[in-house]
Write a protein that binds this ligand. Structure first.
Ligand SMILES: N[C@@H](CCC(=O)N[C@@H](CS)C(=O)NCC(=O)O)C(=O)O
Length: 230
């Protein structure tokens, strides 16, 4: 059994989708990041960066329990455990890795900032909104161009790179993205959205999420609670 400590956000959805795609038995344990669960000592023991997702697999590589944080590392672990969605040859594997790193290093962090400054920031700062919205559009342009010549990001096979990028692309509207500008990415997005495991994955814990509107939640995520010395 795999315990997944998570919340229904893009980085959480990645793992829920992968677990559903692989048909692995798992238990989803909610870590309400808007209420401060991510700062509890028992969670920090497995996720020292105070962020979801994290997993504990009772049946690790050596038969002993293993705990992991960072969604990219967890996707790689689950792909290694099951032999699924990493590509079949070494070449396909490296293609998958490069697009996974593209997501982890840019397509997640930059889109997160676009979302933050467009929606959550207490004051609207044009410079920040333009900077991150432009960067979001540039990044969607990169995947659109790639997807004009292949079915999926790493080639003709669906991989963990698609799962990782898709989980962030679901929030396209809050990132200032109009699909009309990215037709090949939209074709890819629709194909992945239609997968039954994806549809199940995005529903995991989804009924627990509330709109992020209280000052207390914003303080926890973006204010002094987040930056208090732990
Ligand atoms: N690089 C990390 C990022 C994880 C991350 O940013 N998680 C957010 C939710 S999507 C979180 O837990 N935020 C809580 C906090 O910052 O206190 C990963 O991919 O796992």
């Amino acid at each position: 059994m795999i315990d997944v400590y998570s919340w229904p956000t893009p980085n959480g959805h990645k793992i829920h989708i992968m677990l559903e795609e692989c048909g692995l038995a798992y238990r989803a344990i909610p870590i309400d990041i808007s209420a401060g669960d991510q700062f509890k000592p028992e969670f920090l023991a497995i996720s020292p960066n105070n962020k979801i997702p994290a997993i504990v697999d009772a049946d690790g590589p050596d038969g002993q329990p293993i705990s992991l944080f960072e969604s990219g590392a967890i996707l790689l672990y689950l792909a290694g455990k099951t032999g699924k969605f990493l590509g079949n040859t070494d070449r396909e594997k490296y293609d998958t890795l490069q697009w996974l790193m593209f997501q982890m290093g840019g397509f997640g962090p930059m889109l997160g900032q676009a979302h933050h400054f467009r929606i959550y920031a207490p004051e609207k700062i044009d410079y920040a909104i333009d900077r991150y919205t432009n960067e979001a559009r540039r990044l969607y342009g990169v995947i659109d161009k790639k997807l004009a010549s292949s079915e999926y990001l790493a080639g003709e096979e669906y991989t963990i790179a698609d799962i990782a990028v898709f989980a962030w692309a679901r929030s396209f509207a809050n990132q200032g993205i109009d699909w009309a500008d990215f037709p090949d990415a939209k074709r890819w997005f629709d194909v992945i959205s239609a997968r039954p495991a994806v549809q199940r994955g995005v529903q995991v814990l989804a009924n627990l999420r509330k709109p992020l509107e209280t000052d207390k939640s914003k303080d926890i995520l973006f204010g002094k609670t987040q930056y208090a010395k732990k």
